[in-house]
Design a protein around this ligand. Structure first.
Ligand SMILES: Cc1cc2nc3c(=O)[nH]c(=O)nc-3n(C[C@H](O)[C@H](O)[C@H](O)COP(=O)(O)OP(=O)(O)OC[C@H]3O[C@@H](n4cnc5c(N)ncnc54)[C@H](O)[C@@H]3O)c2cc1C
Length: 497
């Protein structure tokens, strides 16, 4: 058998990974005139989720949504307890609006309608709450102009990512699917391309005149790395939306082999109480929540990841939301702006959910406690104390704001399990504010950039839902800025790449 020859592929910019970050980089670099090659190990592009965050877009301006970029930056930074790179965050808060405008225009060309997301995880009026729960209207949705925007389509982002790919290809970008990188090529301290192998076993020597962008996503699928850097992710529930197989951390290994340091900000688990039952426990609405001992143990705001973090550390890794016959009234009180979407048919949906065993119902708290397997006396005491805070309008235990305190007084009583769905775990390489990949001694590696979940140091500890959609938002923003700048051989602040 004769060994296959190595084929040389020349381009200006090589991108590894065709998720939202890689596709944004490809679109931008190709649009800026670069010859682009995207190397993707899977057979297609990757897209999951709903929305893309941005601050200061023309859509927000038209809707009268004003967000002070400094406020947003302060809150994102505070969320990570000062472990992230503030300058990176400022790129997002200061430049994402303009970049979003670019994609709003492109969407029109591709028949997509852009709206501001006000449902699911987005809460249009939470900007009025205290800092720790404040949420801005940053989430943008892209959907076919003739289709409803959000809730009905739980993978709506695919329309946006497909648009990026189509436009990149329209500008000449080449996507090499089922193509696996072997190593990055380094010459005189600079990254000059990579070697890869196709599904047919053909070896490729990809020469990238300007540089390489790493966009291989996080470490969600690598158990060893999760055990080391994000053990709580292993206590989360996996779910039908959990993408399997794409995020094994192999991009980190490619980077490490050429001297890159890994993030200094830790892993960023995105673990939401995703719940598509009538009340969307913990994602749409907030209720008294107890652990298996029947005791309250966290601030029950539907503000990821407060309840999920607490559940992962609860005995037995289980938690129950408890509410009463007044649930519809309480939904309206908690979320007046989302009532039009949450309330229609709620009672019928609840009946169906009880019949399906998604919620448990009982005429007394004692009976409910037995059904969910918690000590009845403890549950009764917990409910009594919680109802006291509801009457006082102040939760001195955990600080749930008055509007969300929903007393448990009127039979029948209900309980539902709080889920903690692992969506993904971001964990990338150490970068500077230009998203250049750095060594352990903070020196940029020439010609090497990281975007999306491969970009470390943007978030720290956890995903800041204070700016919904910022996961996709920063992937798109840095993909766009880095791709466009690298097409000209520059970093996004104008230095030589
Ligand atoms: C169900 C779900 C819902 C979500 N909802 C939202 C939301 O509404 N808003 C939001 O902001 N975020 C959301 N997220 C998070 C968001 O989807 C991710 O943060 C985002 O996908 C990260 O994009 P990425 O391009 O960095 O990585 P990915 O989308 O993971 O793409 C990485 C790509 O690289 C490829 N790859 C990996 N390793 C290699 C390799 N060695 N060589 C070649 N290719 C490789 C993979 O196959 C993949 O195609 C959601 C996530 C999930 C799972």
């Amino acid at each position: 058998m004769t060994a296959m020859k190595t084929r040389t592929v020349d381009c200006d910019v090589a991108i590894i990974g065709a998720g939202i970050a890689g596709c944004a980089s490809a679109q931008s670099a190709a649009e800026a005139g670069a010859e682009v090659v995207v190397v993707e190990r899977a057979g297609n592009i990757t897209a999951h989720g709903l929305d893309v965050g941005a601050i200061g877009s023309k859509l927000q301006k038209a809707a009268g949504v004003e967000i002070d970029p400094l406020d947003a930056a302060r809150l994102i930074y505070a969320w990570g307890q000062s472990k992230a790179n503030y300058d990176l965050i400022r790129v997002y808060t200061d430049r994402s609006g303009k970049v979003m405008d670019h994609y709003i225009d492109l969407a029109e060309k591709y028949g997509l309608k852009v709206t501001l997301n006000d449902s699911m995880t987005a809460r249009p009026d939470w900007n009025e709450l205290e800092d720790r729960f404040r949420m801005f209207r940053t989430a943008h949705n892209f959907a076919p102009a003739d289709k409803p925007a959000v809730v009905e389509d739980k993978a709506a982002i695919r329309h946006f990512v497909r648009m990026l790919r189509r436009d990149a290809e329209a500008h000449g970008a080449r996507f090499l699917f089922r193509c696996t990188p072997e190593k990055l090529t380094k010459l005189d301290g600079r990254i000059t391309g990579l070697t890869a192998v196709t599904a047919e076993g053909e070896k490729l020597r990809i020469r990238a005149r300007r540089g390489v962008i790493l966009a291989t996503g996080g470490i969600t699928d690598n158990k060893e790395l999760l055990e080391k850097y994000c053990p709580e992710a292993l206590r989360a529930d996996k779910n039908e939306y959990y993408p399997k197989g794409g995020n094994d951390g192999s991009g980190l290994m490619l980077a490490k082999a050429v001297g890159a340091a890994w993030t200094r900000s830790g892993a960023v688990p995105v673990i939401h109480p995703v719940n598509f039952t009538p009340l969307g426990l913990g994602i749409q609405t907030s209720w008294l929540t107890v652990n298996r001992e029947g005791r309250r143990f966290s601030c029950e705001m539907g503000f990821e990841p407060i309840v999920t973090n607490a559940r992962l550390n609860a005995p037995g890794n289980v938690a129950w939301a408890v509410f009463d016959a007044n649930y519809a009234k309480n939904v309206k009180k908690q979320e007046p702006h989302k009532a039009a979407y949450l309330l229609p048919g709620l009672e019928e949906k609840m009946e169906a959910a009880v019949a399906a065993g998604e919620y448990l119902r009982a005429d007394t708290l004692e009976e409910l406690a037995e059904k969910i397997g918690v000590p009845p006396k403890a549950l009764e005491e917990t409910v009594k104390r919680y109802n006291g805070w509801c009457r006082a309008g102040e939760d001195k235990d955990f600080g749930v704001p008055k509007r969300f305190l929903s007393s448990v007084t009127k039979a029948p009583f209900y309980a539902g399990k709080v889920s903690a769905w692992l969506l993904n775990v971001g964990y990338g390489v150490h970068v500077n504010a230009d998203s250049q990949v750095l060594t352990e001694s903070d020196e940029p590696i020439g010609g090497l950039f990281a975007v999306g979940n491969m970009q470390g140091d943007f978030f720290a500890n956890s995903y800041p839902v204070t700016c919904p959609g910022s996961n996709h938002g920063r992937a798109v923003l840095f993909g766009h800025l880095v791709g466009g700048a690298l097409a000209k051989g520059k970093t996004l602040s104008g230095k030589e790449a």
